[in-house]
Design a protein around this ligand. Sequence first.
Ligand SMILES: O=c1ccn([C@@H]2O[C@H](COP(=O)(O)O)[C@@H](O)[C@H]2O)c(=O)[nH]1
Length: 474
Amino acid sequence: MSPSQENLKQLCLELFEIDALKFGDFVTKVGIKTPVYMDLRGIISYPKLMDVLSTVINNYFTENKISGQSICGVPYTALPIATAVSVKYNIPMLIRRKDVKTYGTKKLIEGVYQKGDKCIIVEDVVTSGSSILETINDLKSVGIVITDVLTVVDREQGGRQTLKDLGYTLHSLFTLSSIMTILYEANKVKQDVVESVKNYLSENQVQAKCNNELQDTRLSTPLESRLSAAKCPLTTDLINIILKKKSNVCVALDVTSSKELLSLTKQLGPHIALLKTHSDAVTDWNEAVGNELVELSKEMEFLILEDRKLADIGATVGHQFSLISSWAHLVTVHSIAGPGPLQEIARIADERGEKRGVFLIGELSCAGNLIDEKYTQATLNLAQSFSSITVGLVCQSPSVLASSPGLLQLTPGIHLSQAGDNKGQQYNSPNEVITLRGADIGVIGRGVTQAPDPLAAVKEYKRVMWEAYEQRLK
Ligand SMILES: O=c1ccn([C@@H]2O[C@H](COP(=O)(O)O)[C@@H](O)[C@H]2O)c(=O)[nH]1
């Protein structure tokens, strides 16, 4: 046995002695019955053991050439573990706040960092990987790069694969199986306990959810079954288009000339469910361009969303929307101004006698934006009060619409190969956005428009995102 294996064995036995590894009938955080429970919280009462653990972790980093500018413990149990490693081995530490402060600096991540810095995640026990992903997402949102996660124990219940699928490597000091072997060989557990753990593992694989307190049935409910919950007629139309075209793609055509806008629309239209425009950025925009988009939308079956993010008093929004509503089926609206803009939009849509709807901005994808949970919740409340014209929310987290199957989640910030731009945009992979973040429709802009072949790119996003949607239902 090598010295590092001997150290690990010793550490495992000491964890057993302090009751950090328990055997009996327990229920995990994700609601599954388990014959083994790992509770490393108590380790803070054993400073010498903390010291040994920090050495073993640092040795692992060295032997496996894992390094970064900082380490970050997943709150809360891994915080003291990361602190011990940080202090003993002089590796700067970051702390992810579970709740963003509503006063002072409102920082999500405490500590000193630069955009592009690499941070190693430290966790105590991994089951599904959900808590790790929450920490990773927050670190990524401020531009920190994550590639490696070190956990003391991997319960071997799916977390490693989930993390791998999203591009992260999980390293573990112990797996549940290796712990059982050590304890059995040291006569600490009997054969029947080893067997029950083995059976339990083969029967209990879990999938990560970003917010594991919420049993989000929306994510596993097919879109066709959500039709009956939709209160806005355009939600029904959009779902039917998505299902017919097997496309949950919204393409953002952020171009500045109408020629380019129309040419890209003709190319990409057959593969998308939604076309997103910023018509106020098109320098030669005129009514005819709008009319042509409408014709193309009928011919190629997609809806048009003008991403104007209206945010003024009702009367002003009314003037703005009157112009937009002549060609766009949908418009984005900030909830900051309250009900006024929505009342006005509903009135104008009624007057036109045509189906019109809104996507409310519940969350933004850009780094440092000022939206907090309270604002997002208030936005959802507004959406529910104006359900006859609200198709859904623009948001990033799966929990926002967890109990609102009649609203669609539109999520921007998607790129197959980039993590962001240099202007604050933050990207996630299409797979992550659909399966973990809960998007019903994903918005891709430059991932398509700046690709060497936009048509091939839109087809690839469509394929990956539809597969992810089907995967989500399983
Ligand atoms: O939170 C938000 C809300 C809207 N957007 C818009 O989506 C596209 C994204 O374009 P990319 O080229 O894929 O970055 C763009 O039109 C934004 O205005 C967003 O990015 N984030």
